[in-house]
Unconditional design. Structure first.
Length: 185
């Protein structure tokens, strides 16, 4: 199925999504890769507030290229998600409802997503220029010294993603593998 979802990105809005569904997200999402995730978890450990409200947030694992004149962002394709696996469960437990990246996730991330009713979306790897066309604005809000890995607030319109892990435990990678193996019989 295909869905159009506007913010706020609550667990309730994501509850009916199933692994394999396509979704067009419209609203505010945040960028953060491994260095930014590490810093955010360190901030939490020191009792400091995060640079954005984590509850009902969606984090896109991306380090965009520099923008060209007249564009809010450069190429913005997803990065491999497992590098955030050490940090994602903590953020999910604080209310993050969505993650966007590429590749499989650890058992701990899957359990945290299920426990919190969160979802993991895949963005199209190799299509960063196309993904960037869905970004209306981009603003660095934290960790500017990280360059491309700084935390950004993005306003997106019909940002295309596919549900990989749904909030009921469905896993597109496992389902796809099982379907492929069944077809080989």
């Amino acid at each position: 199925m295909e869905y159009k979802i506007r913010e706020p990105f609550t667990a309730e809005k994501f509850r009916d999504l199933k692994a394999g569904d396509t979704v067009l997200l419209t609203g505010t999402i945040y960028t953060a890769r491994d260095a930014a995730h590490k810093r955010m978890v360190e901030m939490l450990e020191q009792g400091q507030p995060l640079p954005f409200e984590i509850k009902n947030s969606v984090i896109y694992y991306v380090g965009p290229t520099p923008e060209k004149p007249g564009n809010p962002i450069g190429s913005a394709g997803p990065t491999t998600s497992y590098r955030m696996d050490a940090y994602a469960p903590r953020l999910l437990d604080l209310g993050e409802t969505g993650m966007i990246g590429k590749g499989q996730r650890s058992r701990e991330v899957k359990e945290a997503a299920l426990r919190n009713g969160a979802v993991y979306f895949a963005a199209i790897g190799g299509a960063g220029a196309l993904m960037a066309q869905r970004v209306e604005s981009a603003q660095v809000i934290a960790f500017e010294d990280l360059g491309a890995e700084a935390v950004r607030r993005l306003k997106v319109n019909d940002f295309p993603v596919t549900v990989v892990l749904d909030s009921q435990g469905g896993d597109l990678y496992q389902q796809g593998r099982a379907a492929y193996l069944e077809s080989r019989k």
